[in-house]
Structures are given as C-alpha cells and as structure tokens.
Design a protein around this ligand. Structure first.
Ligand SMILES: C[S@@+](CC[C@H](N)C(=O)[O-])C[C@H]1O[C@@H](n2cnc3c(N)ncnc32)[C@H](O)[C@@H]1O
Length: 322
C-alpha cells in the first residue's frame, strides 16, 4: 500500500480572480515548523514518564536477537522505529574495500540468517504490534534487497509514505557499471490518518545528500550511518520525550542521535562484542546536547531577503496587511 495524498490537493484549481500570483520563495518567509519546543520545554518532555513502557528499562541496548527483543516490548509503546538491518550480501563487516582498517573493526557482525526475504518478513512483522498509532518506521536498504523490505512492509500491513534516497557523494570505484552512491530509506507508517510528521522545513525533499564519514583510526563495527541522516529521521517523525527503537543497533548511531535530541531509545544488537564500544558511544553525549529548536535552524528573514529580494518585498507587504 502506498500513499501520496498530498499530490491530490494540487489538482484543485484556484478560483479565478481570487488567488494571489505565485511568488517563488515567498512561503519561506512565513514558514514555521508544525511544532517546535525551546530547550527547557524539550528537556521537560524528556524528563516526563513514558507510561506505555513503565516496567521497561529505557535508554539501553539489549544484546539479543531483535525478534525476541521486540516480542518483549509492550504493544503500542514505540513512537519511531529506525532500522538499518544487515544487507544480505555476505558482508562480514571486516572488508577493507570501504576504506576500513581491519584491525579496528570489531568482529561478530551478524549477517541475515537464512533467506533474506524470510528474515526481513519476520522482523518487520513485529513492528505493527509495538508501534503506536502515530508511529513511523524508517528502514534503510541497499537496492539489491529493496524488494524484500517493500514486500515485508506490505505483508505487515504498513503503508509506504515516502521512498527517500540518501545520496552519499562517494561510492566504490567500478570499471564496467555505475558507481552505487545511494541508499534507500523507506518511510512506513502504521496509520495513514494519525501518523506524526513535523514539517520542519518548507520544502522537505525526498533526496538527502549527506556524506559518509570514514572514522579512520577509530574502532567500529560494520557500516556506521552518519549521525545527520539518523537525526533527520528523528526530527521529522518524533517529539522530545518520544521513544525511538532500533532493532539493529550496530555502533549505536540511533542511540546517540536520540539521546542528544532529548529522545529516549531502546536498542537490540545480537553482537555482544559491541558492548563496550556502544557504551562508550552512548556515554559520549549528554541528553539534549545537540538539541536545537527548529526555528533556529531556519534561515533568518535577513538571509532570505538577500537571496530573494522580490519575495521579500511581497513578504513586507503581506506582513503589513495582517
Ligand atoms: C548495518 S548494521 C547497523 C549499523 C548501525 N545503523 C550504525 O549506524 O552503527 C546491522 C547490525 O545488526 C546486527 N544484527 C544482525 N542480525 C541481527 C538480529 N537478528 N538481531 C539484532 N541485531 C542483529 C549486526 O550484528 C549489525 O551490528
């Protein structure tokens, strides 16, 4: 099931003689995110109890198989899922091909067991029960196994809201084919009528251009997602104090992104050899350390005025008319 309801609205023609002429970038001058919280309010929300998870230890990673882990969660308890499962390409996490120093790579990375389609179907099937009605799930996938993710989501009864592309401007050199320099991120919702989406910028496009960071000289396992990509998922689809689940925690990027943005996290990771690295990563940030209200991230009126003088003149006119 897919949803693209917003496109239908654009089919409504404006009534003749009434509508104002379209002025490019004018909307940016008036833009405000759907919701926003100052630092104190976000901190307060973070400190509030999470009744759906009263008996559950928050902000921890459990070293267990994620299906078992998800079974232990109460129903309708999760606000957001961020999942970056193993790719299913016989990747051992140790290869030097991605600019890795094998001596710094922690062993024990677990690839998908059995058929990738079954593995995917089984873990995605756990999501609808534990997701709240307002919850979303961002699932990362390479192109080779994308069909398994889409089928698994469909079978679980989740709706695809967007299909995002994360473009990273560097891929592994190829001789006789194109260089793969993108990842798919499938945005799924449990309920198309009540999912939470905070429009934090005026024109949020479905292609995200974010560089991969190669943390040369530092220990890690497998592929580590950039914090920026995971933080974007958190910003658009959760509020401060919400609970973010990552079934495949790896190096703990989701935990760090959540904690530093005043969100709680729950994570599962089957590779217990990651324990001390994960602790180090999570302890390296304080709650809310990177939190910034959305309005402080938007360009100022002065910056917009310099870029779009025509829209600025119209903005001043409309503002004074109000
Ligand atoms: C692609 S990595 C995740 C990387 C992570 N997003 C990060 O930024 O560090 C996938 C992780 O899932 C773990 N894993 C594989 N199968 C699992 C399972 N059934 N349950 C829990 N973890 C699993 C692997 O050991 C690996 O650490």
């Amino acid at each position: 099931m897919t949803s693209d309801t917003d496109s239908s609205k654009s089919k409504t023609k404006p009534k003749k003689g009434r509508s104002k002429p379209y002025i490019p970038h004018l909307a940016e001058f008036f833009f405000e995110s759907t919701e926003d919280w100052n630092h104190d309010k976000a901190k307060q929300l973070y400190s509030k109890a999470t009744p759906a998870l009263n008996d559950y230890e928050l902000d921890t990673v459990q070293f267990t198989e994620c299906i078992e882990g998800m079974k232990s969660l109460p129903k309708s308890s999760i606000d957001l899922v961020i999942a970056d499962p193993p790719f299913g390409i016989d990747f051992d996490g140790m290869s030097g091909a991605y600019n890795r120093d094998e001596n710094l790579v922690i062993p024990g990375y677990r690839e998908a067991q059995g058929s990738y389609a079954d593995f995917t179907k089984d873990w995605i099937a756990q999501l609808p029960r534990i997701m709240k009605k307002s919850a979303s799930a961002y699932i990362f996938s390479g192109w080779t196994n994308l069909d398994a993710i889409l089928n698994g989501a469909r079978e679980a009864g989740l709706t695809t809201l967007n299909h995002l592309i994360w473009h990273y401007p560097f891929g592994v050199y190829t001789k006789r084919k194109f260089v793969t320099s993108h990842y798919h991120i499938v945005l799924l919702v449990k309920n198309v009528k009540s999912y939470y989406f905070n429009k934090i910028e005026n024109y949020p496009e479905d292609v995200w251009i974010v560089k991969r960071k190669y943390r040369t000289g530092k220990e890690k396992n497998s592929t580590k997602l950039p914090l920026e990509v995971v933080s974007k998922c958190i910003d658009y689809s959760s509020r401060p104090g919400d609970v973010v689940l990552d079934p495949f925690m790896g190096n703990g990027t989701t935990a760090v992104a959540a904690k530093s943005a005043f969100r709680h996290f729950i994570g599962f990771e089957v590779n217990a050899q990651m324990k001390s690295l994960l602790k180090k990563e999570i302890d390296s940030v304080n709650p809310g350390e990177l939190y910034k209200p959305y309005k402080e991230r938007l360009p100022t009126i002065e910056e917009l005025a310099e870029k779009y003088p025509r829209a600025y003149r119209e903005y001043l006119k409309q503002r004074d008319e109000k």
